[in-house]
Ligand binder design. Structure first.
Ligand SMILES: Cc1ncc(COP(=O)(O)O)c(C=O)c1O
Length: 325
């Protein structure tokens, strides 16, 4: 496996203190890592994965990328942008039926030049193999990026992100005890898990589960464990992981994927009005609410330093306008 990458983003992303929120919760110090500023067609965490995935596609001399997600997929939007930069054709398999008007991420994916296929109830890549067969017959050399870009190649981006964070903490003379973030297809969580081991950073991950549905018959923990197991071999980490080591904070995902509740509304308003930072309604709004709940209910030890890893997703806010007003 290649470990070099195709540059797509602006790194390091900023690490800031949330001054007003830290005052509201005086027992804690709260930081934010701004992967909403990775810079690729409005940013987001998938840029880190795509740097490695796109490089692998180029190395394999592929000319076409296929990936999948929901209509408001940030992963698909960033993949479309990465393909534009790398001069690759991009085919996106998006759940649901073709809407009369494109908005949010769907509008951006289309503007970025992707060919879009609507796949009804299948939003997690169930139709990838069929499309690959069709495109192969047309003479295309396809590289498949799995749902969410979540495999070991993509996870390299987050192993590297831990090093980036560790360097920033050292430079800014800060420490971090807990890291909250939105976990959905699992690649970021797998990469961070491996990265903490590879770079010896002592912090506890508190990944907030966003989507309670399984992926192709596998739980999120199983998907993450599989990537982590491959990673321990690749990075020669002397540790055996099991399902119980894969931490996932559940319960905030009860309403279902992409359903905006008062939780997400509260979280989005709180960060916007206190710090001038925008969250999205599907991922970061849900994860930030989870963190607020931990802080408000003092579920972490007094004096802890807490990091919220902002993973982007802003374009979806425009699709969900009526749920947020
Ligand atoms: C904004 C945002 N945050 C978090 C995630 C979750 O990352 P992962 O799929 O690697 O778990 C996603 C995935 O689509 C996302 O778009």
């Amino acid at each position: 496996m290649n470990i070099h990458k195709f540059n797509l983003g602006f790194f390091p992303t900023p690490l800031q203190k949330l001054e007003r929120l830290s005052k509201k919760f005086p027992e804690y110090t709260i930081y934010i890592k701004r992967d909403d500023h990775t810079g690729l067609a409005s940013g987001g965490n998938k840029t880190r994965k795509l740097e490695y995935l796109i490089q692998e596609a180029i190395d394999l001399k592929c000319d076409t990328i296929i990936t999948a997600g929901a209509q408001q997929s940030n992963h698909c939007r960033q993949t479309a942008a990465a393909c534009a930069i790398a001069n690759l054709q991009c085919h996106l398999l998006l759940g649901g039926e073709k809407p009369s008007v494109y908005d949010g991420n769907l509008l951006l994916s289309s503007t970025l030049g992707a060919t879009i296929h609507f796949t009804g109830a299948n939003r997690k890549g169930e139709d990838i193999d069929n499309l690959k067969t069709v495109l192969k017959k047309e003479g295309k050399k396809c590289y498949v990026i799995p749902y969410g870009g979540s495999n070991l190649t993509g996870a390299h981006g987050f192993v590297e992100a831990v090093k980036e964070l560790k360097d920033q903490l050292r430079e800014q003379q800060k420490t971090v005890d807990y890291i909250f973030f939105a976990s959905s297809s699992g690649g970021m969580q797998a990469g961070l898990t491996l990265g903490l081991d590879v770079h010896n950073l002592k912090a506890k991950l508190l990944p907030i589960s966003i989507d309670k549905d399984e992926t192709n018959g596998h739980s999120l923990e199983e998907v993450i464990l599989k990537i982590v197991e491959k990673g321990t071999e690749f990075f020669k980490i002397d540790k055996t992981y099991s399902l119980t080591d894969i931490e996932l904070v559940k319960g905030y995902d009860k309403a279902g994927y992409g359903v905006v509740t008062s939780n997400e509304q509260i979280a989005i308003k709180e960060l916007a009005t206190k710090e001038g930072i925008l969250l999205d309604p599907v991922y970061t709004g849900r994860a930030f609410y989870g963190m607020l709940d931990f802080l408000e209910n003092k579920k972490l030890p007094k004096g802890a330093t807490v990091l919220f890893w902002h993973t982007g997703g802003l374009p979806a806010i425009f699709k969900y306008a009526k749920d947020l007003l």
